[in-house]
Design a protein around this ligand. Sequence first.
Ligand SMILES: Nc1nc2c(ncn2[C@@H]2O[C@H](COP(=O)(O)OP(=O)(O)OP(=O)(O)O)[C@@H](O)[C@H]2O)c(=O)[nH]1
Ligand SMILES: [Mg+2]
Length: 257
Amino acid sequence: MLNSYFSADIFIYYHNLGEYGMEHMHDKTICILLPALNEAETIGAVIDRIPLEQIKAQGYEVNVVVVDGNSTDATGDIAISKGARLLKQKGKGKGDAVQTAFEGFEGRFLFMLDADDTYDPEEILTMIPLLENGCDVVLGSRLNGSVQRGAMSTLNYVGNRAINMTANLLFPNGHKASDVCTGLWGFKEEVIDNLDLDADDFDIEAEMYTKCIKNGFKVVEIPIAYKCRPNETKLNSFSDGARIMFRLLKERVRDNN
Ligand SMILES: Nc1nc2c(ncn2[C@@H]2O[C@H](COP(=O)(O)OP(=O)(O)OP(=O)(O)O)[C@@H](O)[C@H]2O)c(=O)[nH]1
Ligand SMILES: [Mg+2]
């Protein structure tokens, strides 16, 4: 199957294109991935704010995919009503959701952002040309951009700074990270194919970042705005912060490629 996110009619259409056509369409496909657990309050607004027409005007097909952590609210129904594809993750945790979604991905670029309406989907328009012109991974940096008052607690701000310092200390040959834990990422397909992720929780970003550096991918950052979350976070600053630090250390000592 060319792309397991495609609906059946598109799938049949691609199969009739023949080898050249399939290759051509594959190069023109972008996935926008939204991991979501009980985000009924915000998921509709996030999908609505994706600049679909502007991306399509650049010649891309766009698949909006919501990977749902078995939400108990209307997250899935709203996602479908907005035209997104719904994937159910296999296990638990944000990292598990990301792994589920990455497994089914084929296309040119994948963009991932949180479904809690804290990131601006319009930033994807800035990220596309960077990926088209030699960058492998683009991160949206909140800490080099702007953080709305109240969007990040002092504890989380200090924790994020400590995580970035640790990442830069442990991976000194890498790109100088300013926001490893950002929820806004853009990847080329070959990056997705080579990350081989196993973090199930909120340490997924630390694993993605360190594996990008270890694989020698070209990582760049753009400054972005970070807004207040209107509802409950799923992150625990202490336990998840510790898990992220542990992940950085683990990635430093294990297979040092
Ligand atoms: N599918 C899935 N998504 C999850 C899971 N846990 C969190 N998410 C989503 O991952 C994104 C990030 O989670 P948040 O709770 O916002 O964590 P955060 O952005 O690090 O923390 P805040 O700054 O407080 O928002 C959100 O879109 C969540 O809905 C999960 O277990 N499964
Ligand atoms: Mg969030």
